[in-house]
Design a protein around this ligand. Sequence first.
Ligand code: SF4
Length: 361
Amino acid sequence: MLYVHIPFCHRKCTYCAFYSTPSASLRAGFVDALLREIHLRGTGHNAPVQTVYFGGGTPSLLPLHDLRRIVDTLASVFDLGRVREATIECNPEDLTPDYVSGLRQIGLFNRISLGVQSFDDSLLRLVGRRHTAAQATAAVETLSQAGFDNITVDLIYGIPGLSNDAWLEAVTRAAALPVKHISAYALTVEEGTALARQVESGRLALPDDDVVVSQYHILCRTLRSAGFEHYEVSNFARPGFASQHNSRYWDRTPYLGFGPAAHSFDGLRRRWNVADVARYVSSLGEGGGWYGEELLSDADARNEAVMTGLRTARGIPHRLASPQQMQPYIQRGWIVDDGTAYRPTESGMLYADGMASDLFV
Ligand code: SF4
């Protein structure tokens, strides 16, 4: 599985801690460096690729000819003949009919991840998004008409000013779109973001936890009755449309990540590229020093498996926890024991991180 990080955004959303920069002047050097990294690391890699994911940042900010160069380079180095799922993240404001038809013509992408986030323009502005709700709806329509039938949309809840009624309406509206998958995340305050500064200075107050929890349950209930399966704490899919790429991350399948800030995993070692486009470009030019890596210990590997397992409907196999450890969670209604695995309930998924850290070795 391959991940390509496109580290550019038109401007930074207030809540976002992903690595991206608005600097357009770095784009040409970035694409050349990225192609070089793909050649350097991919050559000799013989296993057929099953999933590809272009994330960011905003991949749809790249001109089509750059996307084509990247895809052509991947195809020249890897066996892409058996790719089952190839996703590209897009922002609604970029998806003109011409751009969408160009994406189709590239031929690789069969799944589009669209950053919708909200259907309320004032909330979109509050969190720094550039698009409107009407643009998001139009983008889904444009994608659908162009033949993209596997579309996923992202939503955010727990935004200051988002009422439970408005959230119910937003989830209902998203489910009525021609989409196969919905990801929904609670707004969280990440260190170093504009949102963190707004909250610290008292200019913005986040909703209480009980509001966020009730919006989570509204989300789960509404999507369940619309026919979506809740397969990971933040991810819901129509039957057969769970993200194959992300499910493989959670299964700890090895993957190669290219581009600034991209991570890779070979089954033993985790590797991370430098989160700085200028340094990425210059160190690739010099032939080294664009990444760091660590060997995962058995304990690290086990703890990661517990953490990711408890966030997914599949849960964790019995061998990763003892009955005594899980009993309090079963009593609280957070875990069910299906005889072979401890599986989180809808409520339990919310507390996956806390449970996992109790089980860490
Ligand atoms: S568009 Fe996406 S990656 Fe870019 S700043 Fe906004 S949330 Fe972050």
